[in-house]
Every structure is written in structure tokens, then in C-alpha cells.
Ligand binder design. Sequence first.
Ligand code: AMP
Ligand code: ZN
Length: 117
Amino acid sequence: MVDCVFCRIASHELGSKIVYEDDSIICFHDINPSAPVHILIVPKHHYTDIMELSSDKQAAAEVLGTVMHAIEKVTEITGVDKKGFRIINNCGFNGGQTIPHLHFHLLGGMKLREKLI
Ligand code: AMP
Ligand code: ZN
């Protein structure tokens, strides 16, 4: 998508601090980190949010498989696999999503305090 900032990062048109990348996913440092380790895990294909992805169950299984693989890679690379971390997906207006391209936040490197549940 032309006007999508994460599509532009995925195609390398926009720069980012990449931690891990393969054909289907790109993981890079959040520009406004909420923790010492704050990585965005971004499937390259443009899905607006997790609801759009879940409307195609086969695609959802494939994409979420790549997300799991990326979580494994990124936690190893950043070292947060040792002490734990948190994965967050904000979906839509009520979920507080600000960039309408499916992504997951990986937060770690400190004892995370703010817990909703
Ligand atoms: P969300 O609010 O869940 O949609 O998360 C969007 C995240 O993208 C925020 O944490 C922003 O700080 C981050 N962000 C926005 N633009 C960029 C960018 N160009 N590079 C890295 N992170 C970004
Ligand atoms: Zn996009």
C-alpha cells in the first residue's frame, strides 16, 4: 500500500533499525520505545489489522506461524528470551491501534509494570 508507513518500511523505501527480516516478515525497533527492548513484528503483506487477517483462516495460520518464528528469532537476538517479555497487538480504534498495518509489539529488557490483565 502506497501510503502505509509499514509497507514502506517493509519495502525498504523508508529506513528502520532492523533486527530480523525474511521474505514474509520484518522486525525493527519502535521509533518511540516503551521499554529497553521494544521491537515491532510486522508481516510484510498488508493486512489492516488482526480482524482482516482472521477473515482468511488459511492466511491467518500461515501469517501467525511466521510471527511465532519471528518471536523466537527476535527474543534470541535481543536476549529477552532469558527473563521474559510481553507481546501486544492493538486492534482498531478501541484497541488503540495507530498504524493500520497488522503488527505485534515485543516488549522486554525490564520488569514490565503496566498490566491490564
Ligand atoms: P500501534 O499504536 O499499536 O499502532 O503501534 C504503532 C507503533 O509504531 C508505535 O509504537 C509507534 O511508535 C511506532 N512507529 C510509528 N512510526 C514508526 C517508524 N517510522 N519506525 C518505527 N516505529 C514507528
Ligand atoms: Zn501496509
